[in-house]
Design a protein around this ligand. Structure first.
Ligand code: GLC
Length: 423
């Protein structure tokens, strides 16, 4: 797994889940969850008219938040296509909106100097040849299943390949591709599909042939360029077969990927920043999702959150871009990230007056707060001394102590930049 340097250097991207389910506004799996028929789902198609769609605004928001790439759902599991596909009428050009949504997206993201990514669903709950399985909206409809028993996955796979070819030839250079998802072998999932169904090896070879520089995720059920933990933070750098692998965690703002009007589970901006730092400190990326509304807007709550993250990134991106794990072990409630001789100490909790860094005595040439470049004083406490009323003791040899102000700096996560002595 060797993704291009831009990908691992970027560390932070925007995921965009947008489609017909944005109108239902109660989770992107609504068709499956509520077992809706095509007919019951049709009103969202008939009323899809995102008159305020302005991908330049999305790009600006992403860029101001410090994100370096943006990944759009070209098709989600409901089968609705955001681009003008020659292989189906179930696409944006046939809705009241009447236009391709992918072309202006690609142009706006590129113009903003960001990398362009596509998400593409392997599942399709609209295609007439996609065999009904445990996730399909009509999974409990015996009559439907009997009438559709002859569905042919090879015909569906031909469609899948043809559409991916379309996406990777019609819109210029595409930097990133996120396939979603394979479920063969997962317990209790009947009709589950995987690499043989998608003809993954053939599909991936075509992708690489059409876009040699593209970075592809691992959900085709065969290894590709990076692995994709979802909605949890890995406890350490990720490994496959004992070998460390590039990874990107995708996270929601509120537990739903699609616009979810009544959902109040918003994560605080502070938490999201800590999740970003936590990922970088374990050599991972964070792909943070927004679900624009049916009118094409990123809603005010998400916008506010992204602005706060952007405020932090403005003064702290140096501890994110191009950074990764450090060999040093951070103190409790802290995370390190490192790039070359710069070690970044992120303080998730604010201690009283001092923080003690194991193993760094004699290794730090200068230290400052990152947000304002104000010096912080470091010193080494004699580890042989004994404690008395006002004197601490018991620090391990080699510990470096940093003096901190009582007042925590007014930033979401304070960071101390340590300039290491050359080794
Ligand atoms: C899951 C869900 C899906 C979402 C994706 C993001 O696989 O099926 O709704 O798009 O995660 O990674």
């Amino acid at each position: 797994m060797h993704p291009p340097a831009w990908f691992t250097d970027s560390r932070f991207g925007m995921f965009v889940h947008w489609g017909l389910y944005s109108l239902a506004a109660r989770h992107e799996w609504v068709k499956s969850r509520e077992r809706l028929t095509d007919e019951q789902y049709q009103p969202y198609f008939d009323h899809f008219d995102p008159d305020l769609y302005d991908p330049a605004e999305w790009a600006r928001l992403a860029k101001d938040a410090g994100m370096r790439y943006v990944v759009l759902t070209t098709k989600h599991h409901d089968g609705f296509c955001l681009w003008d596909s020659a292989y189906t009428d179930y696409n944006a050009t046939r809705t009241p909106y009447g236009r391709d949504l992918v072309a202006p997206f690609v142009e706006a993201i590129r113009d903003a100097g960001l990398r362009v990514g596509f998400y593409h669903s392997l599942l399709d709950w609209h295609h007439p040849e996609f065999p009904v399985d445990c996730h399909h909206p009509q999974r409990d409809d015996e009559e439907f299943k009997a009438a559709n028993a002859g569905r042919d996955i090879t015909k569906y796979a031909d469609y899948l390949h043809a559409q991916v070819r379309e996406l990777l030839t019609a819109y210029g250079k595409i930097d990133y591709l996120f396939f979603d998802f394979s479920y063969e072998g997962r317990p209790g999932r009947w009709g589950a599909k995987g690499a043989n169904d998608w003809r993954s090896a053939e599909l991936l070879a075509m992708v690489r042939d059409l876009q040699p520089a593209i970075v592809v995720n691992d959900r085709l059920d065969i290894p590709a360029d990076f692995v994709t933990p979802e909605q949890y933070q890995p406890v350490a750098p990720m490994r496959v077969g004992g070998v460390e692998v590039p990874w990107e965690v995708c996270q929601t703002l509120n537990g739903s990927w699609g616009y979810d009007r009544d959902n109040l589970d918003d994560k605080s901006p502070d938490l999201l920043i800590r999740m970003l730092v936590d990922s970088v400190g374990k050599n991972g990326n964070l792909l943070l999702n927004v679900g624009p509304t049916g009118r094409g807007l990123i809603d005010p709550r998400a916008t506010r959150t992204l602005r706060v993250i952007g405020e932090w990134m403005r003064t702290h991106s140096r501890s994110v871009y191009g950074c990764g794990a450090s060999a040093h072990t951070p103190p409790p409630d802290c995370r390190y990230t490192q790039r070359g001789d710069r070690l970044y100490l992120h303080l998730f909790a604010w201690p009283l007056s001092q923080v003690h860094l194991a193993g760094l005595a004699g290794r730090v040439r200068y230290a400052q707060f990152l947000h304002d470049a104000s010096e912080v004083v470091t010193h080494v406490v004699d580890h042989g001394q004994t404690a008395d009323t006002t004197r601490m003791a018991g620090l391990a040899p080699g510990t470096l102590t940093i003096d901190l102000p009582i007042q925590r700096p007014d930033v979401a996560v304070p960071v101390i930049e340590l300039f290491l002595e050359p080794r």
